[in-house]
Design a protein around this ligand. Structure first.
Ligand code: MSP
Length: 504
């Protein structure tokens, strides 16, 4: 088999503030996909980072009394630190202030300019600096006679200035076809949204420059040094920089065709209409996939600093005690199509019943029994046919669900296998059986398989289980039931401490 490659990206986050669990939701999802593919033999490249230019960051720096570069230099390590604490296995953390990226931005803009795709004009419109986006009539909301941004509910600013436009309108038909007639945008409901917006409003030319007199913090336009590049164009290009565009043709050819952009639904238009058009202009193929998820909401609204309903990553890490538990719970909530309401009550009960009771107790019991009854050595004996069938089916269903990005359902299926192993132990009662080896072997084999399937979500706990029970974690190809000749059980670890009701 030839080498299979997989390239996954997260949005690059604005480092104007520390990340919250909304950002963790996307990043953990991307990490789970990266780990799943690595485990199954793919050559994976996983890119995340920070989106450091533009008016929003310029203002955040001013507010902090720092130069923009000093400000982002302080903030970027905070993102890295959170991702380390959540065990995010990125291969590169890209910053839009990285030199190679700024070069790519300039090269791309020069190419667009020399192709005649950029022209000068005047822009008049209402701008939201928090979104870094202009809003047209019908898009903004009105409150007390003022025009406000529909996301941040902040008053919009009137901007009227000379700028440069990118001729997106020329690409409307091609973009429409990519969104409508291919499977790039997933789930398909999001593709339909973009198609109807394109049919309703068309694809308008985009202002891609900002005069330095207003926005000085950005990559200078290569053909007019009085301007910087619009932050969204700068930001989107991070995905090609990360793959080695213009620098390392081999890497770019390997990874670009298999790029998966994981994004929240708020930035769908940028990642389809605008991004596809820019790629077409640069003669770069469209991404393989744009994987979109809905929001985590709190009290009915998208979490946000300005709304005042954010749950911090620290809140979850403290409450559940480990990166693995937080990752698991976020992935159990994951819903691509629908917003999910955040609730500590719900998460507490999933944590206790699934992680602590089902997985934790099973591993603990098996460890204790294998040591006590068999001195820790459990050899392959009498496979239980029925049990084997369920395990085999679980592996194939979980693989399919993972390929369809239905992570929460994959977890539920895997836990069905663990629940079955618990019931099987109760039924066969190896603690009082004359010959406890067959039931212990069968239950261990189920745990081994479930543990490998859970590894992308629970990277560290699953390693602990594999060490304690004496097996190795494998991809799907090593998940044949009965594959293990002998388990050498070393210990009976406690995986998760149950938490009491803390309210909240
Ligand atoms: N800098 C741009 C992205 C540029 S990518 C070329 C940006 N940054 S952001 O910091 O605002 O992050 C937005 C992303 O964070 C969303 O698309 C989503 O992936 C994630 N989320 C932020 N809040 C969220 C929720 N409440 N729920 C789920 N995801 C959310 O936009």
């Amino acid at each position: 088999m030839g080498e299979r490659a997989f390239y996954v990206t997260t949005p690059i986050y604005y480092p104007n503030d520390v990340p919250h669990i909304g950002h963790a939701y996307t990043t953990v999802l991307a990490d789970v996909l990266a780990r799943w593919h690595r485990l199954n033999g793919y050559d994976v490249f996983f890119l995340t980072g920070t989106d450091e230019h533009g008016l929003k960051l310029q203002r955040a720096a001013e507010k902090a009394g720092l130069k923009p570069k000093e400000f982002v230099d302080r903030m970027a390590p905070i993102f890295k630190d959170y991702w380390a604490r959540l065990d995010i296995s990125y291969d590169r953390f890209i910053r839009t202030t990285d030199e190679d990226h700024e070069e790519v931005v300039k090269e791309a803009l020069s190419k667009l300019y020399s192709k005649g795709l950029i022209y000068k004009g005047v822009y008049r419109g209402w701008y939201c600096a928090s979104c870094e986006k202009f809003y047209s009539e019908g898009e903004y909301e009105e409150q007390d006679g003022k025009k406000v941004c529909p996301t941040h509910k902040k008053e919009l600013e009137w901007v009227e200035e000379e700028t440069y436009f990118l001729k997106l309108s020329e690409y409307e038909d091609q973009v429409l076809r990519l969104v409508r007639d291919t499977d790039i945008v997933h789930p398909r409901g999001y593709a339909r949204e973009i198609v109807s917006k394109l049919e309703r409003e068309g694809l308008r030319d985009l202002s891609i420059a900002r005069p330095k007199s207003r926005v000085y913090w950005g990559v200078e336009l290569p053909f007019d040094d009085r301007y910087v590049v619009y932050v969204w164009i700068d930001a989107l290009l991070n995905y090609v920089t990360g793959a080695g565009y213009g620098k390392d043709g081999g890497r770019f050819e390997k990874y670009w065709p298999v790029v998966h952009h994981v994004i929240g639904k708020d930035i769908l238009w940028f990642h389809t209409a605008i991004w596809f058009a820019v790629l077409l202009m640069l003669d770069i193929p469209p991404p393989r996939r744009v994987l979109v998820h809905a929001f985590i909401i709190n009290r009915g609204l998208k979490m946000g600093k300005s709304v005042g309903n954010v749950i911090m990553i620290d809140d979850m890490l403290e409450r559940y005690g480990s990166a693995d538990a937080v990752r698991y719970l976020l992935m159990r909530l994951l819903n691509l199509e629908k917003d999910v309401e955040f609730s500590f009550e719900l998460l507490d009960s999933m944590y206790n019943s699934e992680l602590a009771d089902t997985y934790g107790n099973l591993v603990r019991r098996l460890g204790v029994l294998a040591k006590r009854k068999l001195g820790g050595v459990v050899r392959r004996r009498d496979l239980e046919e029925e049990f084997r069938d369920v395990a085999v089916k679980t592996v194939s269903e979980v693989s399919r669900l993972m390929e369809e990005y239905r992570i929460s359902e994959a977890l539920v299926r895997t836990f069905d296998l663990l629940r079955m192993a618990n019931a099987y132990l109760n039924r066969t009662a190896p603690w009082k059986a004359d010959d406890p080896e067959p039931p212990l072997y069968n239950a261990l084999e189920a745990v081994r398989i479930a543990t490998s399937l859970l590894h992308p979500v629970l990277p560290s706990v699953t390693r602990k289980v594999a060490d304690a029970l004496g097996f190795s974690i494998t991809g799907v190809e090593g998940s044949d039931y009965g594959y293990t000749e002998e388990f050498r059980v070393k210990e009976a670890p406690i995986l998760f401490k149950k938490i009491g009701s803390k309210g909240g």
